[in-house]
Design a protein around this ligand. Structure first.
Ligand code: FES
Length: 176
């Protein structure tokens, strides 16, 4: 599974290499548009893609990293298929958002900003998502889960598991 993902990613980087050498100049001013294009295609900036951009521009990899990390539009970890976002706005923080975050981290065995090796889940902290009355709030994908409590975390994963099984079954049925 992990290898499949990496192979797919390598193929996308190869295609991007061609596209970028045909469509973008190689002066430093092109770096941001190129990084944006790469992130659009891959949803993040993997190490090999950064190296590809550096080679195209003829600059050290560290320079591309330096520029990319300056802007918070770029991410360096792949988003999970189910991205978990825990609100750390004031209302959620006051109501124990950090405890909710810790519970997700413990359950998934990753830290905030990371992605599980199978790329099913990622965790990030976000600023106020605009539903403070439901604090503390977490999102899985676009779905908002209000009045979060540590005891609710496991329930959310059970729901996702059921949802995945239903999707899997539908996929198998349509394949028959
Ligand atoms: S602070 Fe979390 S929704 Fe506003």
């Amino acid at each position: 599974m992990e290898n499949d993902i990496l192979e797919k990613e390598a193929a996308i980087i190869d295609a991007l290499r061609e596209e970028i050498s045909g469509n973008y100049g190689n002066d430093r001013g092109c770096m941001i548009p190129i990084l944006q294009r790469v992130q659009n295609a891959l949803s993040y900036l993997p190490r090999d893609a950064i190296a590809m951009v550096a080679a195209h521009l003829g600059v050290p990899v560290s320079e591309v990293y330096g520029v990319a990390t300056f802007y918070n539009q770029f991410r360096f970890n792949p988003p999970g298929r189910y991205p978990v976002k825990v609100c750390m706005g004031t209302a959620c923080h006051v109501k124990g958002g950090d405890i909710i975050l810790e519970n997700f981290e413990r359950r998934l065995e990753i830290k905030e900003g990371e992605t599980t090796p199978d790329r099913e889940f990622s965790i990030e902290r976000v600023a106020c998502v605009g539903c403070c009355a439901l604090a503390p709030v977490a999102l899985i994908g676009d779905e908002v889960h209000g009045h979060m409590a540590p005891s609710k975390v496991e329930g959310l994963f059970s729901r996702i598991q059921i949802q995945k099984e239903i999707e899997e079954r539908k996929k198998n049925e349509s394949g028959n």
